[in-house]
Design a protein around this ligand. Structure first.
Ligand SMILES: Cc1cc2nc3c(=O)[nH]c(=O)nc-3n(C[C@H](O)[C@H](O)[C@H](O)COP(=O)(O)OP(=O)(O)OC[C@H]3O[C@@H](n4cnc5c(N)ncnc54)[C@H](O)[C@@H]3O)c2cc1C
Length: 385
């Protein structure tokens, strides 16, 4: 029986798979995107939706992030994929963090990525509910964006189907990919077969199905994050992405600041250190506020050890820290969930050929919503130009 042939088949409709599908479809290629679930429901819908190149290390990753800002906005101009531009604020809580944000601002100024230092009064004026006892000042990146994670991917897929002729098949669990003859053959769990010139495997944290041996011998680990969302807050506005002093201590970009070494890890509260907690906020379109997060780790082959449950002790610590920073009208938690992403211990991404023309792209870590659009564009150019 003849099987349908494509220029490119992509396994996995998370943010990495979707943006590779987007750039390939924009080139006029015939693309099939296969997703195992009814709707993608992994890291790409469980996150904050912060698009923050300012948190990435200088060079390639910040460049991908900044290019992603342009890509998100160019799609938004044609189709609503929930993009909003309200900037990112890093709130410093002491003099060392204040020095670090000043240094990060200066580093970015040199490369033409603009930001503004706010003094304490300006922060208190602009960020409703911010506690004077917490904040000493802030660094604001006005170009940065947010998206609604629970909707962005679904809208992007709808846009690609409608306007770019992408073929998308949910409930299509890819169980094998092989290069045979002069093409790649892809088979789904229900026995459907497709062929293509190239296959990209953007499998997120699923390492049990396709080429498990490659992942199990790699330095890939899974991170489990705990997240919360309040019920909507009427007449209360928290614009853009809000990151705290704990994020300043954690984000890659700050490691490049001359004073980073002055940070004393022992100053981080023991509970926050133990559970990898740093505090971030983002208000969703309905007025609710997403609060997180914590980090627990396990090697790819031991990922199940991370468990499926929510540890209330961790959420209580997150809430306690968050309440030191902000006074919200209420703290009614409407939803709690775990998110899991894959990352590498010694590298910034897993991008390796598993077979001829079968390329795996995963383990982008905590930067997928920020950098995937730019990274995918570069990859599609490399593969097809
Ligand atoms: C709680 C949390 C908060 C975060 N916050 C941010 C943030 O604010 N900003 C930011 O930049 N990043 C953030 N991140 C990171 C970001 O979400 C991830 O980097 C990104 O979503 C990873 O995308 P992905 O496409 O690689 O993986 P996933 O989103 O996991 O997608 C992989 C997809 O592949 C599918 N799949 C896997 N195997 C198969 C198969 N065999 N057949 C068919 N389909 C398959 C899965 O069902 C899934 O839909 C956060 C992550 C988490 C967990």
């Amino acid at each position: 029986m003849a099987i349908q042939h494509f220029d490119l088949i992509i396994t996995g409709a998370g943010v990495l798979g979707c943006f590779h599908a987007y750039h390939a479809s924009m080139k006029g290629l015939k693309v099939l995107l296969l997703e195992k679930d009814f709707k993608p429901q992994e890291a790409s819908v469980r996150n904050f939706g912060q698009v923050v190149p300012s948190g990435m290390s200088q060079g390639k990753w910040q460049d991908y992030g900044r290019r992603s800002l342009e890509i998100y906005q160019s799609i938004q101009a044609k189709f609503d994929i929930t993009v909003r531009r309200h900037g990112t604020i890093y709130l410093a809580s002491d003099s060392t963090e204040m020095t670090l944000i000043e240094e990060l601002g200066a580093i970015n100024q040199k490369i033409g990525y603009s930001s503004t230092i706010y003094d304490k009064e300006t922060c208190l004026e602009k960020y409703q509910g911010l506690r004077a006892s917490y904040c000493t000042g802030g660094l604001f990146f006005e170009e940065e964006l947010t998206v609604e994670p629970t909707r962005m991917i679904h809208h992007l897929i709808a846009f690609m189907k409608e306007q770019l002729l992408l073929q998308y098949k949910p409930l299509s669990f890819v169980r094998s990919v092989v290069y045979k003859g002069d093409r790649c053959i892809v088979e789904t769990g229900s026995g459907e077969m497709f062929s293509s010139d190239h296959v990209l495997i953007c499998n997120g944290r699923d390492f049990k199905t396709l080429y498990p041996h490659l992942f199990y011998k790699s330095d890939i680990e899974i991170s489990k994050l705990q997240m919360m969302r309040t019920s909507p807050m009427n007449d209360f506005t928290l614009p853009g992405s809000v990151l705290s002093g704990l994020s300043i201590k954690r984000y890659e970009s700050f490691r490049e600041c001359p004073s980073y070494k002055k940070l004393d890890a022992s100053e981080i509260n023991e509970n926050c250190r133990k559970w990898g907690i740093h505090i971030l906020f983002k208000q969703a379109n309905d007025g609710s506020i997403i609060i997180g997060d914590s980090h627990e780790y396990a090697e790819a082959k031991n990922a199940d050890q991370l468990g499926y449950d929510i540890n209330q002790v961790i959420n209580d610590i997150i809430l306690h820290e968050a309440q030191r920073m902000f006074r919200f009208p209420h703290w009614n938690i409407a939803r709690q969930w775990n998110g899991y992403y894959s990352q590498r211990r010694g590298h910034d991404l897993f991008m390796e050929y598993a077979d001829k023309n079968v390329l795996i792209i995963t383990a982008i870590g905590g930067k997928g919503m920020t950098a995937s659009a730019g990274l995918a564009e570069a990859n599609i150019h490399k593969l097809f130009d």
